[in-house]
Design a protein around this ligand. Structure first.
Ligand code: C5P
Length: 403
């Protein structure tokens, strides 16, 4: 289950160049379990074909208010009632103006008037059109009526200009839509999450590291943010965008990660350690690149501090660890839960297309007197389920400590 499972989304597509991103948006929404029905304006059909959107949505694409077949069954009313959300992406300046003034001369504007579902818009237009006083006034009026505006983003535009007016990327729109539906189970809480690998320098160009991609930690950061938490990521080097609304401290070594985390413990309610922290670091870091003069060499290593155990030892924070094991997962994870004095631990079996550097994972979540398996799924879906479990146990824990 995700926040979008079985949600009905009417996706309105209007005539802007960003319409070319909507097939991906439909796919991403469906990946999260949503059902998507697309309504296109005439302008949208100049940029992208209904056939493409029909193929990716698995539903008939509607466009005309005067379509005799559809309207025999009152198509616009049916769609207006079916929707849990009307999402318009891209929403052009013209679409925004027409919605502001209550036009009902095409299928999309008509169903927006006829629906009781929330409406969200992802504006996309030239930066000057976005800045224009009338567009800003229109947006203000729509916001005042409860319409959600998602974006726009800033950056390079198809017209060659640079500025605010780009449609948010499909994944950002999905995250924002999740937020509209999400129960704010972590509202008001401060959560710190470590993610990614660490790099332990040998010399100025070499380091010891591991295969962690950071995907699980970043997915948990996004899910926690969606659930209303204020999220601080402390991340080793990864190739991932920091989720919208999340703060991030970038570090390289275990020692730096340790210092960044301990410095912020006092302002943290929940600490989730997903980072694959290197257990050892070279005793000495050479000032210059080490030359291959010997046929064999030995590198002396020293233990890194255990960040999670150190945070747990402060006893100020609800701690959640991760355990990546290659065998006997439950036994080793329960041992780690006790040894590091954690509140919860999420364990996974490494390998078989799971865990390290993979998109999918499966978890066994353990706490002092119970456990729950989370079946194989994408890390995004698992992160949402895990955040739900953490919220439940944190609430029980704080209620317990208050008694
Ligand atoms: O002891 P082990 O490395 O298996 O424990 C894994 C858990 O401890 C993970 O949650 C990991 O992020 C955390 N950890 C840590 N600092 C270390 C080693 C592990 O925070 N130095």
């Amino acid at each position: 289950m995700t926040t979008l499972t079985d949600k009905h989304i009417v996706l309105g597509v209007t005539g802007g160049i960003a319409a070319y991103k909507t097939p991906d948006l439909v796919r991403r929404l469906r990946e999260q379990g949503a059902h998507v029905k697309v309504v296109m304006t005439d302008g949208a059909r100049e940029f992208i074909t209904p056939l493409t959107l029909q193929a990716v949505s698995g539903e008939r694409v509607s466009h005309s208010l005067l379509d005799a077949d559809a309207e025999a069954a009152m198509g616009h009313i049916e769609l207006a009632r079916w929707a849990d959300l009307v999402l318009i992406a891209p929403a052009t300046a013209d679409c925004i103006a027409r919605l502001t003034h209550g036009h009902a001369d095409d299928l999309l504007t008509t169903l927006c008037l006829a629906t009781t579902a929330p409406i969200a818009l992802a504006p996309a237009m030239n930066q000057q059109m976005w800045r224009a006083a009338i567009t800003q006034q229109n947006c203000q009026q729509l916001r005042a009526r409860g319409v959600q505006l998602l974006g726009p983003a800033e950056g390079a535009q198809a017209c060659g200009e640079v500025g605010a007016g780009r449609m948010l990327e499909p994944l950002q729109i999905v995250a924002a839509v999740q937020q509209l539906f999400a129960e704010p189970v972590l509202a008001g809480l401060k959560i710190m999450i470590t993610a990614g690998p660490t790099r332990e320098a040998l010399d100025p160009v070499r380091f010891i590291s591991n295969r962690s991609s950071g995907k699980m930690g970043y997915a948990i950061a996004a899910a926690a943010q969606t659930a209303g938490a204020q999220v601080q990521l402390v991340s080793g080097p990864v190739n991932l965008a920091v989720p919208h609304g999340v703060s991030c401290t970038k570090v390289e070594s275990a020692q730096q990660m340790y210092e960044a985390c301990l410095a912020q413990v006092a302002e943290t309610d929940i600490f989730i350690a997903t980072a694959a922290v290197a257990d050892y670091r070279p005793v000495q870091v050479a000032d210059q690149k080490i030359k291959k003069s010997q046929s064999e060499m030995q590198i002396a290593l020293v233990r890194n501090p255990d960040i999670l155990a150190a945070v747990a030892a402060t006893q100020q924070v609800f701690t959640v660890g991760f355990a990546a094991e290659t065998q006997d997962v439950e036994h080793y994870a329960r041992d780690k839960l006790q040894r590091k004095n954690l509140n919860m631990i999420a364990a996974n079996l490494v390998g078989e297309q799971l865990a390290f550097d993979q998109d999918d994972n499966a978890l066994l979540v353990l706490w002092a007197d119970g456990q729950q398996s989370l079946a194989q799924a994408s890390k995004t879906v698992l992160a949402q389920q895990l955040v739900g479990l953490i919220a439940q146990h944190y609430a029980a824990h704080t209620a317990g400590s208050a008694n």
